[in-house]
Design a protein. Structure first.
Length: 223
């Protein structure tokens, strides 16, 4: 039976408006975004399939590739969901920039994971900070394998100076999902720390983003 034929107070959209979004399940919230079902499946069933196909809600929000794995999610539904996910990431960015200071890797780890975990290719990025360790900006600088050939220290220095950064948090993702820092990760971190120190910019951390919790190279004692 289509959701449109359900009693009014049982429909997700009407319940959301009457009782608030917290009254809805994850699948029901997704159903309100995609609007209606497809191919004999109602919107809530599609929402459940999306969560299962992604391996959980967190993976769904950070990895939009799972949207193409579920039958019934066409371009229009996919566009609405991707737009909602991007709004969530931008809201997290605003929240991060509003913090009085970044005091530990957890402050930035969730945001950097949301920005980088879903990407199918490796990306090297910087989170620029002022002298109080408040966020100035986030920027993706390089794509490709993170090593001395693809990450150019001169460009990182230039970007830090353009943003007038006093400190920086480096980050890159491992599309394989394994966040263990490689020998190349350790080498480029040391190289960047040395060259940025010359211009008075501190490297506070280098976060490696995989499928689970980000790995902080500072916490590992590698910086």
């Amino acid at each position: 039976m289509s959701i449109r034929n359900w009693p009014t107070l049982e429909r997700p959209r009407e319940r959301l408006l009457q009782r608030g979004p917290s009254a809805l399940s994850d699948a029901e919230l997704i159903a309100t975004l995609i609007g209606h079902g497809s191919r004999g499946k109602d919107a809530i069933s599609l929402g459940r399939e999306l969560i299962i196909a992604s391996g959980g809600l967190h993976r769904l929000l950070s990895d939009g590739t799972s949207l193409s794995k579920v039958s019934g999610i066409g371009p229009a539904k996919r566009a609405r969901l991707l737009a909602a996910f991007e709004l969530a990431r931008r809201a997290m960015g605003e929240q991060l920039m509003a913090l009085p200071t970044l005091s530990n890797p957890r402050d930035s780890g969730e945001y950097l994971s949301a920005r980088l975990r879903h990407l199918p290719h490796e990306v090297f990025a910087c989170l620029y900070l002022d002298n109080h360790h408040r966020v100035i900006a986030f920027e993706e600088l390089f794509r490709g394998t993170v090593d001395s050939a693809s990450v150019h220290p001169r460009e990182v220095v230039r970007a830090c100076l353009e943003h007038n950064a006093c400190a920086v948090i480096l980050a890159h993702n491992h599309p394989s999902g394994v966040a263990e820092p490689s020998a190349a990760d350790r080498a480029i971190t040391q190289q960047l720390r040395d060259v940025l120190d010359v211009v008075g910019v501190r490297v506070l951390d280098h976060l490696v983003i995989g499928s689970g919790e980000p790995v902080s190279m500072a916490e590992r004692g590698l910086i």
